[in-house]
Design a protein around this ligand. Sequence first.
Ligand SMILES: *Cc1c(COP(=O)(O)O)cnc(C)c1O
Length: 222
Amino acid sequence: MPDNLTLAEDYQKIKNSLPASIELVAVSKTHQVEKILEVYDLGQRVFGENKVQELMEKQPHLPADIEWHLIGHLQTNKVKYIAPFIDTIQSVDSEKILVEINKQAERNQRKIKVLLQVKIAEEETKYGLEIHETKELYVEYLRGKFPGVVITGLMGMATFTADKNQVKKEFTFLKNLFDQLSLTQKLETLSMGMSDDYPLAIECGATSIRVGSAIFGSRNYP
Ligand SMILES: *Cc1c(COP(=O)(O)O)cnc(C)c1O
């Protein structure tokens, strides 16, 4: 994205380039409430954050009709803070965290949508379930083990590499798993693709993309 475009222009350009069926999650981590509101005012309602504490600080200052997605690794002791309002937790990477989300959802008398995060990257640094764990969890879910949650799909992060073939291979792999699990009960959401690779992710079958820097600009970490 050329950086002489304004936030609104960047956003509209991305939004207009997407097929209507693709969900755009605007990843607002590290960005201020004012900037999030600017994107909200352009019509965006789905936002993603990767840290519970940061989400907790911003959420009370933003409109109540925002659908918040948690996209980063979640610790069990923090689920209770977001359970009252979170729309979707995209980063379910263990059975333990799913058990806790289920418990907190029931405590709040609501259903929480979740995606199972599958490890598709080669990097050791990325979180995610192994393939067999993903299948096992889905079977347990279908048998009624987690009545407080709705598993709506899968999420994956590709290896951080310039090698498009590698990324394509990983996205295609996840799409195949998504199709396979959908044979038992249809899944709706396949979340893959970020600022640098979302067009490829859509080509490979993504239904939802998580885009941060291409909308908000680059992040300044302290
Ligand atoms: C930060 C983040 C994104 C967005 O990354 P960009 O490259 O800024 O688009 C997407 N998914 C996850 C899980 C992230 O942590």
